[in-house]
Design a protein around this ligand. Structure first.
Ligand SMILES: N[C@@H](CCC[C@H](N)C(=O)O)C(=O)O
Length: 276
């Protein structure tokens, strides 16, 4: 059968977006891995599935699969592309869209300048909710990796993140430490790993080693988690520019108990079809 899809990206974090409102197809993990392959398949960091909601108060259900075939709870850059996709395909006529994800409900708002804001919900900081193994909530934890001690923050944006402060993202050992921390036994569901360089109260540089993918050019939930981690340590204010290898996101967070708002671009690359 022919599967119709749209290739999109948010700051170079790239996606295959599939409308399962008007199509129906089974995509088991081995098929997703084959489609994700950059030489033998379409190539993407995440597969995004648009489905009808199971909750009548929501407009859509948004499902996310990493390139390794694992289904995950949340994807921030994908959420902005999701908003553009459902509007471009005329699956909805409104500019504000309520979406159900495995990581919680989120609200997407399309702006006249083409940017999209996402209300990513309230970050979860209790260790058991991340999940992260610790006795109490703290802004940083000591983590032993490969015989060395590191200070990291643990944050859930629906999906689990570790955030480590570094002096210079260009010299950070993203591949080596990222792959070790992703599978650290204190993160029972693995984690995404952010390397954050604080420039001032309103600007950071960030590189993210994503769970189930490896380093990507940008990670929306990673940007939110880094701002939450930085603000809880008193390093950042409410409004932060996050510079990622693929571009910049604006993140607003006014502190514990409040939602994180992420704003950035969403880009359509091409329409495609592939035989399954
Ligand atoms: N690229 C994403 C995050 C995708 C999911 C992540 N790899 C995970 O396993 O949690 C983003 O923009 O947030």
């Amino acid at each position: 059968m022919l599967l119709h899809f749209t290739k999109m990206h948010g700051l170079g974090n790239d996606f295959m977006v599939v409308d399962m409102v008007t199509q129906s197809v089974r995509l088991p993990p081995d098929k997703i891995r084959r489609l994700a392959d950059r030489r033998f398949g379409v190539g993407f960091d995440q597969l995004l599935i648009v489905e009808p909601p199971t909750d009548p108060d929501m407009d859509f259900r948004y499902r996310i699969f990493n390139a390794d075939g694992s289904e995950v709870e949340q994807c921030g850059n994908g959420a902005r592309c999701f908003a553009k996709f459902v509007r471009d395909k005329r699956l909805i006529g409104r500019d504000t869209i309520q979406v159900q994800t495995a990581g919680g409900n989120i609200e997407l708002t399309l702006h006249a300048n083409g940017e999209v804001s996402v209300d990513m919900g309230v970050p979860r900081l209790q260790p058991g909710d991340i999940p992260f193994k610790a006795h109490e909530q703290r802004s940083t934890y000591d983590l032993r990796i490969d015989g060395e001690e590191f200070e990291v923050s643990a944050v859930s944006m629906g999906n689990p993140h570790a955030v480590m402060q570094v002096d210079d993202v260009n010299r950070a050992p993203v591949e080596r430490l990222g792959s070790l921390m992703e599978k650290h036994n204190r993160f029972p569901r693995r984690c995404n790993v952010g390397f954050m360089q604080v420039l001032d109260q309103a600007e950071i540089n960030l590189r993210v080693f994503e769970r189930g993918v490896g380093e990507t050019l940008a990670c929306g939930t990673g940007a939110c988690a880094a701002v939450v981690a930085g603000r809880l340590q008193g390093l950042l204010g409410d409004e932060v520019r996050v510079n990622l290898p693929g571009g910049t996101l604006n993140i607003h967070w006014s502190g514990e108990g409040h939602s994180v708002i992420m704003t950035g671009t969403a880009t359509r690359v091409f329409e495609g079809q592939t035989r399954l």
